[in-house]
Design a protein around this ligand. Sequence first.
Ligand SMILES: Nc1ncnc2c1ncn2[C@@H]1O[C@H](COP(=O)(O)OP(=O)(O)OP(=O)(O)O)[C@@H](O)[C@H]1O
Length: 430
Amino acid sequence: MTTDLRAGSVVESRKEEVIIRAQNISKKFCRDLKRSLFYGMQDIASEITGLRGERDELRSKEFWALKDVSFELKRGEALGLVGKNGSGKSTLLRIIAGLIKPDTGTIEVNGCVAPLIALGAGFNPILTGRENIYANMSVLGLSRTEIDDRFDEVVEFAEIGDAIDAPVQSYSSGMAARLGFASAIHTEPDIILIDEVLAVGDVKFKTKCYGKLQQLRENQTSFIMVSHSSHSIATVCESALYLRAGKKVTGGDTLSVLNTYEDDLFLGKVENTLGFMQLIEKDAAESMGLDITSLFFRDQDGNVINSPISGELCYLAIECLVRKPLEQVSVNLGIRELSGESRLLVYINSWDDDFYLDMAAGKHEIRVKIPCFGLGLGLYDLRIAIRQDKLSLLDKVESFKFAAKKALSQSSVSLFYQPHSWQVISQQSQ
Ligand SMILES: Nc1ncnc2c1ncn2[C@@H]1O[C@H](COP(=O)(O)OP(=O)(O)OP(=O)(O)O)[C@@H](O)[C@H]1O
């Protein structure tokens, strides 16, 4: 009994152990290569002579890639780093990995770090996969016998088969990432730094990696993970840090950090320029008989809105000018995601619904009623075409960009809103 309690308290106290403590870290870079080399020499000289100059001031052409960033990571915790391109995420990881030094501030790392920072995680391209495993794992602190013992497991996890004896330069980026990931996790480090390396693997391998990460977490390994996929961050990390232009915007609970980040990303300054499209009036000679004049959304009360809200009723309004009476008019529209792979997410075709419009000459608003807008928070691109008799094109709009918002109560991480309701069915005891 006593022993159990002690073991429990040791685990508890290890959980509370701060494994990384970063205090007011700043790092500056210079965009001009010549100047950058000169500053580098200057810094080395002042370090050697002990006359270290003011490092918290910018010299000509320098900028802060990171400025006054502080955070703590406890043993067994996973922290997600989010921010737009160039916001300083990789710079922070490189500082934690000890690859570069901060200009100001302090960083304390209490454990062995496995950095999966670049694709191939520091592999030498002319060495084979086998040679690289030995080189890589010994840099991460394993003896030759320990590597011998784990070698087969690494190769099996990486699933690269015979390619293990081919030079790494002949590997695809996915293969290099697999081998990097496999060798890093088999060193059983205290902290793993993951910089988008999982983005290149295929779905099956990714799933396997997430499973392995979960297992390592149960064994108290800590992670810092950079990803542009909110979904990956939300799956792996319980806390997150949002960087903007090198500064910490917010940190803490993953979902609330992702909320702030995604609101900035998708609905920031562009909000008012999206969601309403007015088209230039056509000459009668160019017209095929129907001209789309504007596109926008309405809420359930008919008010014009810039952004449909995920999970709520809205109407897509298509204003058009009909120049002559038309029969058998059909509308089709597709919505693609603007970020990522630009996949077609929604396709609606009025003739699939067996719905055709007969329209008199004049101005009209065609409304597509969407009882529950299904797409999640994000930026989308809508393409629409109006035809007569299914075939002859009357008019089309190639790209109407809009942002979808989410209701306050919704989680930020889902791609779609699934309408649902809850029930409890009580079982009668026999
Ligand atoms: N060695 C360097 N010399 C000069 N500038 C650099 C250097 N390394 C990074 N930078 C700059 O510092 C800023 C932060 O870069 P960093 O790679 O940390 O951003 P990031 O958030 O990881 O971006 P991404 O999401 O695109 O990977 C960028 O403006 C980048 O151009």
